[in-house]
Design a protein around this ligand. Sequence first.
Ligand code: GDP
Length: 456
Amino acid sequence: MKDICAVSTPLAEGGISVIRISGDNAVCIAAKVFKPLSCKSVENMAGYTCAYGKIVDKNGREVDDGVLTVFRAPKSYTGENVCEISCHGGIYVTKKVLRLCIEQGAELAQRGEFTKRAFLNGKLSLTQAEGVMETISAQGEYALNSANLTKEGRLFRLISDMSRKFVTILGELAAWVDYPEEDLPEISEDNLRESLKNALAGLDKIIADHDSGMILKNGVDTVIAGKPNVGKSTLMNMLLGYDRSIVTNVAGTTRDVIEESAKLGELILKLSDTAGIHETDDEVEKIGVDIAKKKLKNAMLVIEVFDISRELDEEDLELLEYVKKLGKKVIIVLNKSDLENVVERSQLEKYSDYVIEISAKLDEGREELQKATEKLLGIGGYDADSTIFANERQIACAERARKYLAMALESLDMGETLDAVTVMIDNGANALLELTGEKATEAVVDEVFSKFCVGK
Ligand code: GDP
């Protein structure tokens, strides 16, 4: 295979940059651009060793100094010979070192090509490769844990165990269907049913966890609603001010206006404040009301804020009714808990199971708000050591597998022929094998790696 190279660190000014070369001739190429000072020759460097030296152009002129790390096949990330040149982290010098490698015969790597080679050389399964990508894009603890579990092969083993069982069953079924007159042991329908049920339960969990994973990864569109002066802005500031790791640019968002995002525990709330939704003749106010209604319609979560020191009025009730009709997930916040409470809670409990008291001004009640939100969105109580958030591709395969395996179970229950059951199990097992990458088409593999960045 041809030798490839790329800058594996972000192309921005920094302390160091790493240029990676992989392929049969990686060490020869590195030897031409790197002249070691701490050892005799690059060619004689053993795997897992480094050398300090000069990076030179083809005329022997010094470009930079740095460190070369050598990995020998198959003990490298890609399974091939790999050399990593660390130079100073300037954009120009980094590009120059990359160009030197290309001049010496390496080709510029495609997106994800290093990891793709690792997959093709059997160093990683497809799901493990996806775990690498998820580690890079993880924005929180849960996502990182999940990525690590995937990377270490947990998802692969889980699905692979399932599919192996079905492949064995398919072998037995085929023998039984093809040679009915032979004296083969009767297929135990009970065992088959048991395997199908276990697989379905496993797939159900993966699919359910995926939905929560999406919420944790992508954040929650949240509207803070309430009439003027109840403390919406103060609440927004409380949420934004608490954790300075504010995410202002959420990847993958399609909205043209990105409001501010705040972290509440592991959740990213994409917050927007609204004007009221009351009837009005004022043209300018009307525009505000329309925008507010649109935001409410698009939100996943609505935090309705009321002033605990004032009785609920028409405008409050109008909001409660309006949001109720939209069928949104609602948290009712009674703000200003530092003042005397004059609100009848039971009036509000009709609208949400989550009525909490806070004082936005004093930054009190954040924990209750977090707990309520996690419960409402169904993401509380995760065991971070065992929960895997599968990605879209994996979920599509899991759903396909679930569909066919459920149909197989149904056919079995309805007493259909084992022929029919076999077809369903075959389709289900194929979907599982596609999930793990054991039977993925080239197009699927290309698609997976096209989502990587160059240099990974
Ligand atoms: P908004 O119009 O709903 O955005 O309300 P603001 O956030 O501007 O708050 C209106 C007033 O209520 C301000 O004077 C705030 O200082 C006050 N306020 C907000 N939260 C609290 C609270 O928890 N306790 C008390 N006592 N006052 C608050």
